[in-house]
Design a protein around this ligand. Structure first.
Ligand code: ZN
Length: 213
């Protein structure tokens, strides 16, 4: 059923399972943002959101849910495209003058950094990202996006243009009640080493990517 403008998210907003603890100013090399710290009310999980511009329910706004990747985001790993996607997103939001990024601290699609390194060790021996997790007895993707959607509601958003190549993520945000106005694809120049990782993302996890070969 179509809700009327301005009230589409009220029901969700009354039942949030996250709380905004603090908001501060955060200048970055890509531009000036605000940073908000959130805590889950139902687990120990903490979230961070970077946003800029007025957050309005009636304006379709650029958003991204970025899942933490210590190796890519911080160390500049070329095994994956996470770091470049993160920085590209901040550039896009800066250019647009409005947008929000929710940083979900679920390393390695939820398995944790140490397990991710165990999986990398298997990948060194030829396994792809999915096979490595299966061999370690770990789930391929443990991520849950509902609370990320709640953070976007809490910031004041409702209609979103989601920067993502992951159909499951988009579906999850829609199920959480956000109105997905557009999927904005994000493709960064991937290195040779990331090629296998991206191929697995496309072929085994259904990501919407154009591969070079
Ligand atoms: Zn990564």
């Amino acid at each position: 059923m179509e809700n009327t403008a301005g009230t589409c998210c009220d029901e969700v907003k009354e039942n949030l399972t996250v709380e905004r603890v603090a908001v501060a100013f955060l200048p970055t090399e890509w531009g000036d943002f605000q940073i908000a710290g959130y805590r889950s009310l139902i687990s120990n999980e903490e979230f961070v959101a970077l946003f800029k511009g007025d957050m309005r329910q009636d304006i379709p706004t650029l958003v991204r849910i970025h899942s933490q990747c210590l190796t890519g985001d911080v160390f500049g790993s070329t095994k994956c495209d996470c770091g470049e996607q993160l920085h590209r997103t901040l550039q896009m939001i800066q250019q647009e003058g409005r947008g929000a990024l929710v940083y979900q601290q679920q390393e390695g699609r939820g398995i944790g950094i140490v397990n991710k390194i165990r999986a990398y060790a298997l990948q060194d021996q030829g396994a792809d990202t999915v096979e490595a997790n299966v061999r370690l007895g770990l789930a391929v993707d443990l991520r849950e996006y509902r609370q990320c959607a709640e953070i976007l509601f809490d910031l004041g958003l409702c209609k979103v243009r989601v920067i993502s190549n992951n159909p499951l993520k988009i579906q999850a945000l829609e199920e959480a009640g956000l109105k997905i106005v557009e999927r904005v694809s994000i493709e960064v120049d991937s290195s040779e080493k990331a090629e296998k990782y991206l191929r697995t993302k496309k072929e085994k996890l259904g990501h919407l990517l154009t591969l070079k070969r």
